[in-house]
Design a protein around this ligand. Structure first.
Ligand code: CDP
Length: 228
């Protein structure tokens, strides 16, 4: 039994609120258990600095940041670090295939993600929030991107590991994102060592969970708010 009594293939309770940032074109608050993020979208707008501009397509810029009070225990040192640069890059790569970038030549679309509370899975929760923020901003998209991590802890294959589970001695964490329309995987990372068989099971569990999350995201877009 997991400490929060979830089934092995169950993700944490989700809460979604759309357009929470009045000054942004589109925004989303996304909570999954004790991990919570706000994403806000700006643009399409002129590219600055100009040398990043592409004549035939748009540019997507993603910024992931953890707030100092988001982590348990000691405060996180404010500002960007190697980890936030890496996560900003993988989030951009996860979202970009969902956007019709060719419809935005010479423009930039910006997504800022602030982690309010971190209890593992911040990058996948940031992707879910960003995807909805882009949709709320009316950005032309093939469909939503849904993300969740799966992995192993205490000898079991689990969906949506908490920080406590991630800290197990045998832990493996595999964040996965999919394009909900096609099921194509746009993020696949791995922290830990798994056999090929184990990895197949983990990815399968994660994609099934992503599909469920995708339905909740779509419902939130229809209703403006969603929580379970
Ligand atoms: O958050 P995510 O699982 O995407 O990335 P991670 O690098 O595997 O971090 C796992 C967890 O470690 C975060 O969600 C936080 O709970 C915690 N963490 C932290 O407490 N302080 C940091 N500076 C970075 C991460």
């Amino acid at each position: 039994m997991r400490s929060d009594k979830r089934a092995d293939d169950e993700f944490r309770p989700v809460k979604i609120e759309l357009n929470v940032v009045k000054s942004a074109l589109g925004s989303c608050y996304f909570e999954m258990g004790k991990t919570a993020v706000i994403a806000a979208t700006y643009g399409p707008q002129d590219v600055k600095p100009k040398h990043l501009e592409k004549s035939d397509r748009g540019v997507l810029a993603c910024n992931y940041n953890m707030l100092p009070f988001s982590v348990a225990g000691d405060r996180k040192r404010p500002g960007y670090d190697r980890r936030s640069v890496e996560i900003s890059k993988v989030v951009r790569e996860s979202l970009e295939p969902a956007i019709f970038m060719e419809e935005y030549p010479k423009c930039i679309i910006r997504v800022d993600m602030q982690i309010l509370q971190a209890d593992a899975g911040t990058r996948v929760v940031a992707i879910n929030a960003a995807s909805l923020a882009l949709a709320c901003a009316g950005i032309s998209m093939r469909g939503l991107v849904s993300a969740v991590s799966a992995g192993r802890a205490n000898g079991k294959i689990l969906v949506d590991l908490t920080k406590e589970e991630e800290d197990a001695p045998d832990a493996i964490d595999v964040p996965v994102a999919i394009l909900t329309k096609t099921g194509e995987i746009t993020l696949l990372q791995m922290d830990g060592i798994a056999s090929v068989d184990e990895m197949k099971k983990i990815v399968k569990q994660a994609t099934v969970a992503c599909e469920k999350l995708g339905l909740m995201q779509a419902e939130a877009l229809k209703n403006g708010i969603h929580s379970i």
